[in-house]
Ligand binder design. Sequence first.
Ligand SMILES: [Zn+2]
Length: 247
Amino acid sequence: MLTVDELERYDRQIMLREIGEAGQEKLKRASVFIAGIGGLGSPAAIYLTVAGIGRIRLVDHDRVDRSNLNRQVLHWDNDIGRSKVKSATEKLKRLNPEVEIEAIEQTITEANLAELLTGFDLIVDAMDNLPTRYLLNKAALDNNIPFFHGAIYGFEGRAMTIIPHKTACLRCVYRGVIPEEKFPVIGVTPAVIGCIQATEVIKYIVGIGELLTNKLLNYDALNMEFTEFNVKKDPHCEHCSHMKTTG
Ligand SMILES: [Zn+2]
């Protein structure tokens, strides 16, 4: 049941016939795991918080650096040196006290990931490195948790939604290892992609619209072009090929 305050807070989105009170209650019951609270994680977390997701867990081991501030909008100048999850949680709680925000200051590893994910319905991939994305993809498949991928580089971004056992996974699309390096980025790029990830999460939870499944969306900000590439489940994919396919 929604409270009087919630009915007022979410009034404009409850007005949407696709959402309504029933959709808002689904959002309230949902729990979302956000891996990384930087350039992509900040906008994704902000919009999921204001939309009224019931429970959000933020996991990031990093501390705020001055060079993060051009894009990681949940962290402000006076947060430099502080834990990113603490800095983000503080702002998100002020933005919407109805949402339960959990901060976990840890590095995501193969050893701790299953436990970190326990009790969560969806995963937002807001990481900045491919090895951790692969871990998340595998864990999403193993635990049957929908996985919302986003990535950026410079003026370009990508997004894709993965429904375990049904659609192509991240590993079907990406191969190999990209060396970890300092990469260029302007803040508006992760803002767009993080919001696309949050939009996909909301649609999935409420059960509306078409998802970015079996499709990789490429966003080219310089030419302001959105291009969709069809992707297929790879029958030899080392992450998902051994799993039973349904639907
Ligand atoms: Zn796969």
